[in-house]
Design a protein around this ligand. Structure first.
Ligand SMILES: Nc1ncnc2c1ncn2[C@@H]1O[C@H](COP(=O)(O)OP(=O)(O)OP(=O)(O)O)[C@@H](O)[C@H]1O
Ligand SMILES: [Mg+2]
Length: 606
């Protein structure tokens, strides 16, 4: 064996072909590189022609500045670029290209020709390659800009050619590659021809490059959720974040329609995506995704664009600064979306809840199983609250309610005036009638949200709104859970739980008034069933999850008859919530239907 081992230097041609594989993987990579070049050449019109999903032809034509005759063949040699002179230039770089590699790579793996008219020259010229070293430059006819024609990709490298998929799949890849460009460059008129047929014609809009324009996104994505998207804007920490994020009700399981741009370059960054979903936490069911399109404009010295052979990723100098800015930016937009004014009108009853039913088994377990026979009413618990308010006036939440009862200008007051009637149906939904619409409110989900927000605030300021139990409830727990409660006893106390820990048992002697009818054992057990070890890494998150779990046990249940006062009270308290739109597990609380929608069901136009 060792006799056969001989160190050989690979011929340059093979070196080039191996390196090429990194940059050009499939026809979509050719499209991307050529389009990048057209954008860098400041084109405002880009036309792409494909044959067989780009396998036999990719042609990209632009109206950019063009290439001078003397550079025409030279640009196809490795490491020639007009965009970068030294490594330091990467610190100020805003162009898509910077390596001077793309054209040399493309010419190594396919048949290439290019016609270009440089803006300072009289006529256009063409360069045609037989091989990377064998080419001819001639005069040609072209008014402006450049057209690059790439044929028979990988014909000279059968091992790579065999990895190409069907024309249809390669075409889909190209579309996926182009879609982000269509969105982030609304200033460009884009045309795409597939096997001679025009399939895309996006006229330029008045928006600047980098501006995510709803009109353009609508044309490209053609999905209902786009209309309901909210714009994002953030300026700070050395960056500007702009774009569009979906309404929480438009959540989906698929990781589709999620676009991240950094200085106009489409990239993927798990941290950015995670920060977006973090902002949606509590508004959408666990594990769901939402569409978003974000452009992060950041000073070039704070981001390294040279970390991926196809430039699909970037590296932030200070990723956490970026991530927290993204979360802040998106949170602000979600807040606007979930304000009670923005509750989306749904076309039909279908689809609103059935998905949640399926997925949120743990939620079902947490709330629906509890028996409803324990008596008591919302009014009773309210009495406790009011009494407590008079005693301490410490709870800002209760103070707010109190204020809204008296302040005539308060918006809640105005809402109340608009309401023409309240009803309860099936002992689980509340119908509120306004002049122009009705809201259907899930009474348990609403109560859960109210309790969740109240308890969340109680963890910040000590809450005294508690009820002593005549007989303490004993709960058997394992050592680890006992330890956990001990470590976090202050948290439980602040909420209003008084808990003694003795001989492997917890003895609950008092609890927040919201839970006077709850099965205390179940409530505490469920809290301790959370993945505490995992959650302990993020204390805020842990507290939120514990409070959300507790909130399931709130006193207003599904299947419980409410009287008029109770209904009104629940509605008023819901309006006071920061997010009256979804329960702490992301299920919707309110479903709104306008009079037009109802009329249209009956073909009525008056
Ligand atoms: N459509 C075009 N219009 C004008 N100039 C072009 C065009 N395409 C390429 N060029 C010129 O050719 C050079 C080489 O292009 P190439 O794509 O190989 O490298 P690059 O864009 O500089 O860097 P990268 O390899 O990162 O793409 C560019 O720097 C640019 O000057
Ligand atoms: Mg380039």
């Amino acid at each position: 064996m060792s006799n056969q081992r001989k160190l050989k230097k690979l011929p340059q041609e093979v070196v080039n072909q191996i390196a090429a594989g990194e940059v050009i993987e499939r026809p979509a990579s050719v499209v991307k590189e050529l389009v990048d070049n057209s954008i860098d050449a400041e084109a405002t019109e880009i036309t792409i022609r494909l044959r067989d999903g780009g396998i036999s032809l990719v042609e990209v034509a632009d109206n950019g500045i063009g290439i001078p005759e003397e550079d025409l063949a030279e640009v196809f040699t490795a490491h020639t670029t007009t965009k970068l002179e030294s490594l330091d230039d990467l610190n100020t770089l805003m162009s898509m290209g910077f390596r001077g590699e793309a054209l040399s790579t493309i010419v190594a793996v396919s048949d290439v020709s290019m016609v270009s008219k440089f803006e300072d020259e009289e006529i256009a010229h063409e360069v045609k390659f037989n091989s990377p070293d064998d080419y001819k430059v001639t005069g040609a006819a072209r008014e402006a800009g450049t057209v690059v024609t790439v044929e028979n990709i990988f014909d000279n490298i059968p091992v790579r050619k065999k990895y190409l998929k069907t024309a249809q799949t390669e075409y889909r890849n190209i579309l996926n590659t182009l879609t982000p460009y269509f969105m982030i460059y609304p200033n460009i008129h884009w045309e795409l021809f597939k096997d001679g047929k025009k399939v895309v014609d996006l006229k330029s809009t008045s928006s600047k490059a980098g501006k995510i324009d709803k009109e353009r996104v609508n044309e490209v994505v053609k999905q209902d959720f786009v209309e309901r998207m909210e714009s994002v804007f953030f300026d700070g920490n050395g960056m500007q974040i702009s774009g569009l994020v979906a309404h929480p009700s438009d959540h989906m399981s698929r990781t589709k329609y999620q676009y991240i741009f950094v200085n106009g370059r489409n990239v993927w960054d798990n941290g950015v995506a995670k920060s977006v979903f973090q902002a949606y936490d509590r508004y959408i069911p666990h594990g769901k995704k939402v569409p978003f399109i974000l452009n992060i404009k950041i000073r070039p010295e704070l981001v390294d664009v040279n970390v991926h052979p196809r430039k699909e990723e970037v590296k932030f100098l200070n990723p956490y600064r970026v991530y927290s800015s993204v979360e802040q930016a998106v949170s602000k937009s979600i807040e606007k979306l979930v304000s009670y004014k923005n509750i989306p009108e749904k076309d039909s009853f279908e689809g609103v809840n059935k998905d949640y039913r399926k997925k949120l088994n743990y939620y079902e377990r947490g709330s629906r199983d509890i028996n409803f026979s324990k008596g008591g009413s919302v009014k009773d618990s309210l009495k406790f609250s009011r009494a407590a308010l008079e005693k301490t006036s410490q709870s800002s939440f209760l103070e707010n309610i109190h204020k809204s009862d008296t302040d005539e200008n308060d918006f809640v007051e105005q809402c109340r005036e608009e309401v023409t009637s309240f009803h309860q149906i099936f002992d689980k939904y509340i119908i509120v009638e306004f002049k122009e619409s009705i809201w259907v409110i899930d009474q348990h989900a609403a109560a859960e949200r109210i309790t969740f927000e109240k308890l969340s605030k109680a963890t910040e300021i000590e809450n005294t709104d508690t009820q002593n139990l005549l007989v303490g409830t004993e709960i058997k727990v394992d050592d680890a859970s006992g330890e956990f409660v001990k470590e976090n006893i202050e948290f439980f106390n602040n909420l209003g739980f008084n808990i003694d820990i003795k001989d492997g048992k917890l003895i609950v002697t008092s609890l927040p008034v919201e839970f006077v009818q709850a099965d205390v054992e179940k409530l505490i057990t469920e809290v301790l069933e959370l993945d505490l070890d995992e959650l302990k890494k993020d204390l805020d998150r842990l507290k939120e999850d514990m409070v959300a779990t507790m909130a399931c046990h709130t006193s207003v249940r599904s299947g419980q008859k409410l009287n008029r006062e109770e209904i009104k009270d629940l509605y008023m308290k819901l309006l006071q919530c920061d997010n009256p739109y979804s329960c702490p597990h992301g299920r919707p609380i309110v479903w709104k239907m306008s009079i037009e929608q109802i009329d249209s069901k009956f073909d009525r136009t008056y």
